[in-house]
Design a protein around this ligand. Structure first.
Ligand code: ATP
Ligand code: MG
Length: 414
């Protein structure tokens, strides 16, 4: 037997309605926030992620599924959705559209990680990207969209926000960080020592126990923000507070990708173990330009669908009912089975879900099967029913029976 690749998952028939619920909720939020769906390829040229996501990130350094195709090009399976969305924006000249351009996607993403609860090699994201606005209203709107989505799923999370400033104030802050870390480098992990040289901000993201302890007393970015960044951050916070959306400012949030600036945020749960971030996002004002476009500010988020599923299951959140046939129609011999078939197909073509036997079961076994399927009604076609054109349909919940003409069955079930 050939097994499923490590870090991937099947969605079994009885699980897919949960997926659909999460995806439908995402689309419903997208509709009310007036976001249009975009779809980008599952793979891109590797260069896009190197340039877009950043060479100093774990995603690019360690986690990408990269291969050479038969034409000798370096290809990478998308590890996230933002870089592809930004490429699409630049390549199609979308900057000429009325701004902001508000988009969303639901996409698989691929990262070569150590699989564990909430961490897979193929996972799925619902993401939003809004291009073209630098106002803090947009940051707040995107955060509210994430919050509305999580509300719809009925999950409780904590919102943590931060500002990581712009390249100007971050330069100052990086200096302060370097001063702080320099005498402590000896006792920090190897990754942190590399990051110290390449991108000290990323040291704050380290998960190593020893490094975390040292990080706790590091200078805070919020003390180094320039006036513009500070005002922007104040604006975001005031709009969140005005609507009663609770948050905490967590100066440790830097996010895993290099393109972020100003506002960054995470929705976190402590109900699903170490991988508690169900949604992460932020502003990326430099990315479009970095990919060869004009200076177009942007902000977005991505929520991990598998982690949300885990959170919903762990906290007993409600999913809508699994799909069940409205009616099961049983036949007993060649002729009556043919009639059952005909009635079922007729109902289906009119939009009513109906089921019949495919396995040559006895009528008794068909009743059992219909019950297992959760059919709402069951009808048996026999000699009499064939002749009279009237069938008895049984309500499986309360046992009540009702005689209905076959040609009125649709009207009855509708
Ligand atoms: P983490 O710190 O958990 O690795 P990240 O910063 O790498 O997260 P992002 O790149 O911001 O995550 O991705 C957005 C969301 O996608 C995460 O908040 C999470 O819900 C989900 N996600 C990221 N990586 C994985 C993965 N390997 N498996 C499942 N979900 C993931
Ligand atoms: Mg990660």
């Amino acid at each position: 037997m050939i097994n499923i690749p490590k870090g991937t998952k099947d969605v079994l028939p009885e699980q897919s309605y949960k997926w659909r619920f999460i995806e439908d909720s995402a689309r419903e939020v997208a509709r009310t926030f007036n976001l249009s769906e975009i779809r980008t390829p599952t793979f891109e040229y590797t260069e896009l992620f190197k340039r877009g996501v950043g060479e100093t990130t774990d995603v690019v350094n360690k986690e990408m599924y990269t291969f050479e195709d038969k034409g000798g090009r370096s290809i990478t399976l998308k590890p996230e959705g933002t870089a592809g969305a930004a490429r699409m924006f630049v390549e199609n000249g979308l900057a000429s559209r009325p701004m902001p351009l508000k988009t969303y996607y639901i996409t698989p993403a691929f990262r070569y990680e150590r699989p564990q609860a909430g961490r897979l090699r193929e996972f799925h994201q619902f993401g939003i990207e809004v291009f073209g606005s630098q106002s803090y209203e947009t940051d707040a709107e995107v955060i509210f969209a994430a919050s509305a989505f999580l509300d719809k799923l009925g999950v409780k999370t904590k919102l943590e926000i931060n500002s990581i400033g712009c390249p100007i104030c971050r330069a100052e802050y990086n200096k302060a960080l370097k001063n702080y870390f320099e005498p402590k480098l000896e006792s920090m992990c190897e990754t942190c020592r590399t990051r110290y040289v390449q991108n000290p901000l990323r040291m704050l993201d380290c998960k190593e126990e020893g490094c975390r302890k040292i990080n706790a007393d590091a200078p805070k970015i919020t003390d180094y923000l320039c006036e513009e960044c500070r005002e922007h951050f104040t604006g975001v916070k005031s709009l969140l507070s005005a609507q009663g959306l609770e948050y905490t400012v967590n100066p440790r949030i830097v996010r895993g990708l290099d393109y972020y600036s100003k506002t960054v945020f995470e929705f976190v749960s402590d109900e699903i173990g170490a991988q508690g971030t169900v949604c992460g996002g932020g502003r990326y004002d430099g990315l479009v330009e970095q990919l060869g476009g004009a200076h177009v500010p942007a902000i977005g988020f991505a929520a991990g669908i598998e982690r949300l599923m885990l959170l919903m299951e762990n906290t007993g959140a409600k999913f809508p009912e699994e799909q069940k046939p409205r009616i099961y129609i049983a036949g007993m011999d060649k002729e009556t089975r043919a009639e059952a078939f005909k009635i079922a197909v007729g109902l289906r073509l009119k939009g009513i879900s109906a089921e019949i036997d495919h396995m040559n079961r006895s009528v008794k076994a068909q009743f059992k099967y219909a019950d297992k399927l959760g059919a709402e009604y069951v009808a048996v076609i026999g000699e009499n029913e064939l002749k009279s054109g009237v069938i008895n349909i049984k309500n499986m919940k309360n046992g009540e029976q009702q005689a209905v003409k076959t040609d009125e069955l649709y009207a009855y079930l509708k």
